[in-house]
Design a binder for this molecule. Structure first.
Ligand code: UDX
Length: 432
């Protein structure tokens, strides 16, 4: 199959490269010439384990190409995947679909034969209908089919998630394109991935409903963790005890800082905005957003308590500042709330992140990046473990600090409280 991925961001790049690796001819297009130049040299603009190796391999065997020529790429392909961004609109909570509609127009000008046009970007219900309208305007009738095929890739695990997905959702209103897409995904379904064919609108909503549900699950366990802290219960026991119920399941029941990233915050807002248009009140998701917003303040309060409300001139270390481990993504990371707030209160902050320093903190007073765990911890009063990178999972705290014992606030519950306390450190974690 000849595939064209429009947009070489996270979704387009990972999906394009994986499709090429499955034996398809793939052309990834982007209007950003610098990005395309980098990719043509096998250099990856994002951090994603395993991606670089796959890009280099498939560039070599010529199944993967990168281009800025949208028109030619569309003409040369059978299936076109729209993978451009759908960020939150400025001053609004709905999804900004301008990039999607712009691409749809470009496609309508370039169609030369029957094409399947697939939205992989996360788009609100009825977006497929709108794309269809745009394409129909150009007398392209019967020359295309619009399908929804949402992605469920987790950053940091994206390649594994692509190759071993729990499910592949295809939302299509016609049989021909469903059949072609089923064949495209055959290498994955033959290894056990569930293939679920549904209507286009349903596929669009499945994506938002799934992300909102996962965000709810995390927020739920975070609130239960708050209760555990007051009642002397270990949240880990609750997560295990609940997770053993097959109706609940054990995943996404790990307590932590406020959820972040490129999907959950944006998608929970967008689904509410969509529901509002249909006069439906998604009150559960509304309270999830509110509770998650409150979580960073709640954790900041714990920091104040831990430091006896004396923040001024306190040396605080953050281990990990991205929204989670195994990614360099800072979008909606809770560190973006916590670090500026602590700096405002006079704290002196050092941070280490395996993916390097972050531009977001360049202008924040008294915040500096250190290029090792050791340097970032030196002379610290409080060490906050913000993400659970493997690098942070077996730190020998005793060896790192000869003179002074710092306090540890483990926001990912990586360490055993008993063991750390035995080493003589004051240790705090979440929900236990
Ligand atoms: C998510 C979805 O998982 C993916 O299917 C979708 O397509 C894109 O959004 P991602 O944003 O990469 O993926 O991150 P994910 O691993 O889902 O984590 C999201 C947030 O939840 C992070 O802030 C993470 O730290 C937090 N989280 C996750 C928890 O706090 N506890 C958990 O048990 C799981």
């Amino acid at each position: 199959m000849k595939l064209c991925m429009i947009g070489t961001g996270y979704v387009g790049l990972v999906s394009g490269v994986c499709f090429a690796d499955l034996g398809n001819e793939v052309i990834c297009v982007d209007k950003d010439i610098n990005k395309i130049n980098l990719l043509q040299e096998g250099k990856i603009p994002i951090y994603e384990p395993g991606l670089s190796e796959l890009v280099i391999k498939n560039l070599k065997n010529k199944r993967l190409k990168f281009s800025t020529d949208l028109k030619k790429s569309i003409r040369d392909s059978d299936i076109i995947f729209i993978c451009v961004g759908t960020p939150t609109k400025k001053g609004n909570s709905s999804a900004d679909l301008s990039q999607i509609f712009n691409v749809a127009k470009q496609i309508s000008y370039s169609i030369n034969k029957f094409k399947i046009i697939v939205t992989k970007s996360t788009v609100p219900v009825t977006t497929g209908d709108k794309i269809e309208k745009i394409l129909s305007k150009k007398n392209n009738k019967k020359k295309f089919s619009i399908v929804s095929n949402p992605e469920f890739l987790r950053e940091g695990e994206a390649i594994r998630d692509f190759i071993y997905p729990d499910r592949i959702v295809i939302g299509s209103n016609d049989k021909k394109s469903s059949r072609i897409l089923k064949n495209l995904y055959n290498p994955l379904t033959s290894k056990g991935a569930q293939y679920f064919k549904t209507s286009r609108r349903a596929a669009e909503l499945i994506k938002y409903a799934s992300n909102s549900f996962l965000a709810t699950k995390i927020t739920f366990i975070n609130e239960i963790a708050n209760l555990c802290e007051k009642t002397g219960i270990n949240i880990e026991d609750i997560s295990i005890g609940m997770g053993l119920d097959k109706r609940i399941g054990s995943r996404f029941l790990r307590t932590g800082p406020a959820y972040g990233g490129s999907c959950f915050p944006k998608d929970t807002k967008a689904i509410i905005s969509t529901a509002n248009k249909f006069k439906i009140n998604l009150s559960v998701i509304k309270s999830v957003i509110k509770s998650n917003k409150n979580r960073s303040n709640l954790l900041l309060n714990r920091v104040y308590e831990i430091l006896n409300k004396k923040i001024k001139n306190k040396k605080i270390t953050f281990l990990g500042v991205t929204f989670k481990a195994n990614t360099d993504d800072m979008r909606d990371s809770s560190s973006l709330i916590m670090i500026p707030s602590l700096s405002k209160k006079g704290a002196i902050i050092k941070y280490f992140d395996p993916t390097g320093s972050k531009k977001e903190f360049k202008k924040i007073k008294n915040v500096t990046y250190e290029n090792s765990i050791k340097k970032s911890i030196l002379k610290s009063d409080l060490v906050i473990i913000h993400t659970d990178w493997n690098d942070f999972k077996s730190i020998n705290f005793k060896n790192l600090t000869k003179k002074k014992k710092f306090i540890i606030f483990d926001m990912r519950n990586i360490y055993s409280p008993i063991k750390i306390k035995k080493m003589g450190f004051k240790y705090f974690s979440l929900g236990r």
